[in-house]
Design a protein. Structure first.
Length: 420
């Protein structure tokens, strides 16, 4: 009897790791989740450790199945330098919202060295210059969260998928700021998302108890994986991922690139995913309210009218989209004595950022917004959905059962099918 063939996706998120499998027809088979232990969100050793544990859990739970291919997604713009041969991290991890490379970004701008969608202190070029300046390494390669784990599975650390590469300064070619010495020595090769890279390392296949080493496929970013998990959508469907940050995407027949506003485009077959990622999002809500309080207060919101508070919810100065301003200060005052009004003001502020983001995408050539599909932890908040529908002016629906891990599992499947 033939063994069931499964395709596995690993999603490295800000709050935890999720692993999912689909079968040859694309049907979901397994999803397992683990929350990051305290302090391990940006720890590469933890990413590898927990990924291998969850893959082992799945493989042992389905002894009659064969894992045929694996792909990984991670947060875009999260970068560091690693050793090009064995992958050991050589610098700290600079997370997607880390704006410490401000001086480097200003120097690049002053020199007229455009870096496209990766401009500013949150982009890869400025972060790479910061890493080189503070952690000089003779042998190192620039990597990102998902590609690093992919490299650990293959021992190939000089390859980057083009979705992650976009935030690092690659748009068909590396930005001029990077393609010159000495930075050029740190640059990996770039391949399309879904490209077959080779088999899983033999030692890891044995460690995981896998009879056949799965094919490792070049992955993508977390928000693109979340989009892929939804399947085909009607034209004009925006996808809002309400996680720790707010990420917007809409499918477009042509790319839209407006780096000064944080707008970028990912190629997806013969179309493009146009979007942007704000530093605002659910992390702001979690900072002020625990889960129980958030659920209780959300159910008590009057919602009969706007609060008029006009917040711009950020945890620290700096924004990427819908404006690219590393100095933008949080606007969270005045704070009402009634926590319900404070929460409603936060939700209104988040909704205003979302509406401004979609309006900006349309103004620069993306399709006109007709409806919004919501994913992520915030998708379950009914009060937030009511506010968003009022602010966005279009129907808002919720999909909570298709995590990004499923999207990257589908990518693993398509990469395997391309080779077979």
């Amino acid at each position: 009897m033939a063994r069931e063939r499964l395709f596995l996706g690993v999603d490295l998120g800000t709050s935890g790791i999720r692993v999912a499998t689909v079968d040859e027809t694309g049907r979901r088979r397994t999803i397992v989740t683990r929350i990051w232990p305290c302090g391990q969100s940006w720890n590469p050793a933890a990413w590898l450790h927990h990924a291998l544990q969850l893959i082992t859990l799945i493989s042992r739970g389905r002894p009659s199945a064969e894992i045929a291919a694996i792909a990984v997604d991670g947060t875009s713009g999260t970068v560091f330098l690693c050793h090009p041969s064995h992958g050991r991290p050589l610098t700290p991890v600079l997370a997607y919202d880390d704006g410490r490379a401000r001086a480097e970004a200003e120097a690049l701008a002053a020199a007229g060295l455009a870096t496209g969608p990766a401009s500013g202190p949150y982009g890869g070029p400025a972060k790479l210059l910061w890493l080189i300046r503070h952690y000089a390494q003779t042998r190192a390669v620039l990597t990102a969260q998902g590609p690093w784990l992919t490299g650990m599975l293959t021992r190939c650390h000089r390859v980057l998928d083009e979705h992650n590469a976009l935030k690092l300064g690659f748009s068909g070619q590396w930005a001029e700021a990077l393609a010159r010495a000495p930075t050029s020595a740190y640059l990996p090769s770039v391949v399309p998302a879904g490209t077959p890279l080779g088999p899983l390392r033999r030692d890891l296949a044995r460690r995981l108890g896998l009879r056949v080493a799965p094919l490792i496929v070049a992955g993508t970013t977390d928000s693109t994986a979340a989009f892929l998990a939804l399947g085909p959508l009607p034209r004009g469907s925006g996808v809002s991922s309400l996680g720790s940050t707010l990420v917007l995407k809409i499918e477009s027949p042509q790319p839209v690139l407006v780096p000064e506003s944080g707008i970028y485009s990912h190629r997806l077959a013969d179309t493009w995913l146009v979007g942007g990622a704000s530093n605002s999002g659910g992390a702001v809500l979690a900072h002020y309210f625990d889960r129980a309080a958030l659920l209780r207060l959300s159910a008590e919101l009057p919602l009969v009218s706007d609060t008029g508070l006009h917040y711009y919810p950020l945890l620290k100065p700096g924004e990427r989209f819908p404006m690219n301003d590393p100095t933008l200060a949080p606007r969270l005052a005045p704070r009402p004595s009634d926590d319900r009004l404070f929460l409603q003001g936060l939700l209104e502020g988040l909704s205003a950022i979302e509406a401004r983001g979609y309006a900006l995408l349309t103004a620069h050539g993306a399709p006109r917004l007709q409806r919004v599909v919501t994913t992520g932890g915030g998708a379950c908040n009914a009060a937030w959905r009511t506010i968003r529908e009022r602010v966005l002016g279009v129907p808002v629906s919720t999909i909570t059962d298709r995590p990004a891990a499923l999207g990257v599992a589908h990518l693993a499947r398509s990469g395997w099918m391309a080779q077979h």
